[in-house]
Each structure stands twice: as structure tokens, then as C-alpha cells.
Design a protein around this ligand. Structure first.
Ligand code: G
Ligand code: G
Ligand code: MN
Ligand code: NA
Length: 253
């Protein structure tokens, strides 16, 4: 497979797009924002999922370019949607890779992405996985503090999968945790205990909570009773192309 050269060509041919998955308020079902997810629309092979190309892009370094594209496009798209529905309180989240985090220009890149889109910093979020953070805690914390100073939001993704404590992670300037789908899917009796503890500890530490992969009404009700603010799952909205987002938002605003 010549995936790496394919990736480079695809970048030049602008075959990458973003899909947007809604992040929904459990309280009333309204959309609070979107997670931007890269898609590769291959002319012959069709839509190639990120799991097939992100690892390659990371190992060959192309993720830096792709990641910058994702931030720029997501910021522009959100600014346009907000313009058309009157400055609604919406945010857009973009995933960050370790390759981007170790680059000196990340903070200035993010600053100019927000400025060029004329977006309020608090409407722009970055998601970092727990394992990425734990890879190099000091360096990560240094960069995250600078990003936080820009006024953007920071979400801790895949929370609970990385063998670290939430107390430890509050040394980092995250404002939100995203509880990994595996906890929501758990069928053992420990499930409710774990979810409840994660939500209440997050709240006591001043963090908001997104539950991922909520698949039925009972789960949603249970999480809502625990005080979990947000959900992101197929049941509440699959990732959709950017040109369908406005239609969705216009039903709400
Ligand atoms: O959409 P899908 O469920 O296939 O996404 C799989 C994974 O790909 C996500 O969990 C996410 O972490 C990763 N991913 C999607 N878009 C991006 C991106 O722009 N940058 C990085 N680094 N990862 C992404
Ligand atoms: O970055 P992160 O890994 O959190 O990205 C979210 C991933 O989870 C995306 O790849 C998205 O397509 C996927 N996802 C979102 N909602 C659901 C869901 O309800 N079920 C499953 N199996 N996957 C989901
Ligand atoms: Mn994510
Ligand atoms: Na996740």
C-alpha cells in the first residue's frame, strides 16, 4: 500500500473534509457544539475512515498539515454558521495529535486560526486524549497553559482509559472531560458506580462532562440524573458533512 504517497497527493488535491458530530445538552437536547472529524474522500476508494489514515499521517508527519487544515476549516465553518443563526452559543472541537503538540508554532497557529476566522476563543476547543497527555506531562502542561491563555476550551478525550487519576489531571488546564464509550457500554454492576464517581469528581474539580457513545434512552436518563451535562453518540447525532449542519441548527435557532 502506497498510503503515505497517497496521503500527500490527497492533501494537494484537497480530498480531506470534515464531518461534524453534535455534542448535545442532556438537559434539553439542544446542540452545544460539534466535534470535527477528518474524512478522506478518496476518488476511487470512497470515504476512508480516520482510523485507516491518521496513524500513517502521524508516523510520516503529515498530521501537522492535516491538523492545521482541520483547525482552520472548523473555525471558518463555525464562524459562518454563527453568522447565519445569530451568534448562537456553539463551540467546535478539533482533535490534536502528539506531533502537533511538540511543535513550537502550535500556540501561534491556534491564535491565528481563531483571529482569521474572527471567532470568539471560547467557541474553539481542542481535544487531547488521556494517553497523549500522559506521554509527556511536563511538556504538555506547558503548551496547554499557553493555549488556555488564548481563552480556548480544552477537553480531555477518552477519559478513563489511560490509568491516571482525575485529581492528577486537574493540574492541567482542562475544563471538560469526555468519558470514554467503554464505561458507558460496560454491563457489569460497577458501571453505575464508576460513571457516578467520574461525574461527581469532575464536577467537584470544576470540570464539565461529556459522555461518549450513549446508545439508549435508559443510559441517557441515568447519566442525566447523575448530572452529566453533555452526550456525544450516534443516538444523539451521527457525524454529518458541514453543509448539513446549518439545516440542523436552523431547527433549533
Ligand atoms: O470518525 P471516527 O470515529 O472514525 O474517528 C476516529 C478517530 O480519529 C477519532 O477518535 C479521532 O481521535 C481521530 N480523528 C478524527 N479527526 C482527527 C483530526 O483532525 N486529528 C486527529 N489527530 N485525530 C482525528
Ligand atoms: O476522538 P474520538 O475518538 O472521541 O472520536 C469519537 C469517535 O467515536 C468518532 O470516531 C465517532 O465516529 C465515534 N462515535 C461517536 N458516537 C458513537 C457511538 O454512538 N457509537 C460508536 N460505536 N462510535 C461512536
Ligand atoms: Mn475526540
Ligand atoms: Na473519545
Amino acid at each position: 500500500l502506497q498510503l503515505e504517497s497517497d496521503l500527500r497527493r490527497a492533501t494537494e488535491r484537497k480530498e480531506f473534509t470534515l464531518a461534524y458530530q453534535p455534542i448535545v445538552r442532556l438537559e434539553d437536547g439542544t446542540v452545544a457544539g460539534f466535534e470535527a472529524l477528518l474524512r478522506w474522500d478518496h476518488p476511487r476508494r470512497g470515504s476512508i475512515p480516520p482510523s485507516d489514515f491518521i496513524p500513517v499521517a502521524e508516523s510520516c508527519g503529515l498530521i501537522v498539515q492535516l491538523g492545521l487544515f482541520a483547525m482552520q476549516r472548523a473555525a471558518e465553518d463555525l464562524a459562518n454558521w454563527q453568522k447565519q443563526i445569530g451568534d448562537a452559543p456553539l463551540s467546535v472541537s478539533v482533535n490534536l495529535s502528539s506531533r502537533q503538540l511538540i511543535r513550537r508554532d502550535l500556540v501561534s497557529d491556534v491564535r491565528s486560526v481563531i483571529a482569521r476566522a474572527n471567532l470568539k476563543p471560547r467557541c474553539f476547543r481542542l481535544e487531547l486524549t488521556e494517553s497523549l497527555v500522559m506521554d509527556n506531562p511536563e511538556q504538555t502542561n506547558h503548551v496547554l497553559s499557553k493555549l488556555k491563555q488564548l481563552g480556548i476550551g480544552l477537553s480531555l478525550d477518552d477519559f478513563g482509559t489511560g490509568y491516571s487519576s482525575l485529581a492528577y489531571l486537574t493540574r492541567f488546564p482542562f475544563d471538560t472531560i469526555k468519558i470514554d464509550k467503554s464505561f458507558v457500554d460496560d454491563t457489569t454492576p460497577k458501571r453505575a458506580v464508576l460513571l457516578k464517581s467520574m461525574v461527581s469528581m469532575a464536577h467537584e474539580l470544576g470540570l464539565s462532562v461529556v459522555a461518549e457513545g450513549v446508545a439508549d434512552e435508559n443510559d441517557a436518563l441515568e447519566l442525566r440524573q447523575m448530572g452529566c451535562e453533555y452526550v456525544q453518540s450516534y443516538m444523539f447525532g451521527a457525524p454529518i458533512p458541514g453543509d448539513q449542519v446549518l439545516r440542523m441548527l436552523k431547527e433549533q435557532y
